[in-house]
Design a protein around this ligand. Structure first.
Ligand code: HEM
Length: 460
């Protein structure tokens, strides 16, 4: 019966798009401040438009057929653009997320064994433990005060990454230090640079660059420290760091250089922690405001897991939890724009793409597009139930990207989010905070401005 349900009537808060396109300069400034305010209503209603500017076309893609063309059918033509490299490159260097061609292939092969399902199943106890620690932290806070669940989820997912990627806490990866450098990086480097948008060369001094560069340096130094400590210990653990240290290219026998190792440690911390924290943050906001959904989650976790710590077999049975996580990522995709640049001309029917053109793949807009979803603004996790998801296009829900560059951590993220959500819902009841307005903003990831203060009551 649950399959045909509409889960809730809750329409969550978000940015209200402008009625009409903004004039060019205002539009550009708005793109830097918060692109969600620059995209007019019509973009959620029609399938495509392109804008010509300084000799190139910027293609704004938001229909599944275009996504399939860019990410799968012509993935060899659409490369990562300089925008993405500028935003994350200073910290992530030439790691898995930012590299191309043979260099990327080698690193992807080296990292893949750590993300196979049997390796991931062994990590579920670490996911549940991190959520259990979060519950204890919240219980120790003064009662009746809102809790910033974004801060708590960032803490919890950083603990998970340090435990599972690096095989345990390292003094150089202490929570406070890591959290502050990551936050400094996103605040300063995590938005398009106005000078870049006007074509200013990279050597021109940017007054706001220093803090971000120091943060990138801090992250890299911490990664080098973790690698040196592991080498000195002589341990051969099978966590991701251990696998990357042991990886050899089957064709050349080459291992990862020290720089590649460092860049990948920072990549896994950067790519794996903030995204999952935001998914959980928005999921908690949504269920706090949809008590009927929260009650269904509680019933499911009690039926499947009783009082026991959540393990891998239980995660597979927590189906409604997975639908809630998917719906949270539909409404608030942590990676809301994925950009590419065309390296050859290509005819996509309604879009004529020329070499050098930009493809802005607007995941946020596609996930709320009126041509694709019934009541797109409504929080309705049952739209992902087997029955209702049947008619969906394979590329209309893309929080993890698609094609060869699809997120390597996708299964990791689902298992982590489900195990953590179930543990949290069983220990605490989340309640809305009418005094706080939810204002998502795109800065590398889609973050709620000012955190996410919610009320949390302990369950008896
Ligand atoms: C909800 C959580 C997550 C979301 C929404 C997410 C989203 C994404 C997206 C959209 C991409 C593709 C980017 C592109 O095509 O340009 C990506 C790539 C990647 N993600 Fe995730 N991610 C998540 C969790 C994780 C986790 C947990 C890890 C690692 C532990 C991770 C590691 C990576 C890496 C290394 C890449 C680059 C893969 C490649 O290019 O081969 N991600 N992610």
């Amino acid at each position: 019966m649950a399959d045909t349900l509409i889960s809730s009537d809750f329409v969550p808060q978000t940015v209200i798009p402008p009625d009409k396109p903004l004039p060019l300069v205002r539009g550009l400034l708005q793109m830097i401040a918060n692109p969600l305010y620059a995209w007019p209503k019509a973009m959620y209603e029609n399938p495509y438009h392109g804008i010509k500017w300084i000799g190139r076309t910027f293609h704004y893609f938001r229909k599944p057929e275009h996504m399939k063309a860019v990410f799968l059918d012509h993935a060899d033509i659409f490369h990562k653009s300089q925008f993405q490299k500028k935003l994350v490159g200073p910290a992530l260097g030439e790691g898995l997320l930012t590299s191309e061609g043979e260099h990327w292939k080698f690193q992807r092969r080296a990292a893949s064994p750590a993300f196979r399902i049997d390796a991931l199943r062994a990590l579920v106890p670490a996911f549940s433990q991190s959520a259990a620690d979060t519950i204890e932290r919240i219980k120790a806070m003064p009662r009746g005060q809102p809790v910033d669940v974004m801060h708590e989820m960032q803490h919890a997912t950083l603990d998970v990454i340090v435990e599972t990627i690096l095989g345990g806490a390292d003094p150089a990866f202490g929570y406070d230090r890591m959290a502050s450098v990551i936050s400094d990086y996103i605040d300063t480097m995590g938005k398009p640079d106005m000078l870049d948008m006007f074509g200013t060369p990279p050597w021109v001094w940017r007054p706001w660059g220093g803090k971000g560069r120091r943060a990138a340096h801090g992250l890299k130094a911490s990664a080098v420290n973790a690698i040196l400590r592991r080498r000195a210990s002589g341990e051969t653990r099978k966590d991701l760091l251990g696998l990357m240290l042991a990886a050899r290219d089957p064709e050349t026998g080459r291992g990862l250089s020290d720089d590649e190792l460092r860049d990948n440690v920072v990549t896994f911390i950067g790519a794996g922690h903030e995204t999952t924290a935001l998914t959980l943050t928005f999921a908690l906001y949504l269920i706090a405001n949809a008590p009927e959904v929260q009650d269904r989650l509680l019933r499911e976790v009690r039926d499947v897991c009783g009082d026991k710590p959540i393990d891998a077999a239980m995660v597979e049975e927590l189906v409604f939890h997975e639908h809630v996580i998917k719906e949270a990522m539909r409404l608030y995709p942590p990676v809301s724009i994925i950009d590419r640049v065309a390296t050859e001309d290509i005819d996509l029917g309604d879009a004529q793409v020329k070499k050098g053109d930009f493809a802005f793949n607007l995941i946020y807009v596609m996930h709320r597009h009126k041509m694709l979803w019934d009541n797109p603004e409504r929080f309705d996790p049952d739209r992902f139930s087997d029955v209702r998801a049947k008619g969906m296009h394979r590329f209309q829900f893309m929080p993890f990207g698609a094609g060869p560059r699809i997120c390597i951590g996708m299964k990791f993220a689902y298992m982590e989010s489900v195990a953590m959500l179930a543990t949290l819902v069983r220990g605490l009841r989340f309640l809305p905070n009418a005094a706080h307005r939810v204002e998502p903003n795109i800065r590398i990831t889609l973050r709620p401005e000012g955190g996410m203060p919610l009320y949390a009551e302990r369950r008896s």
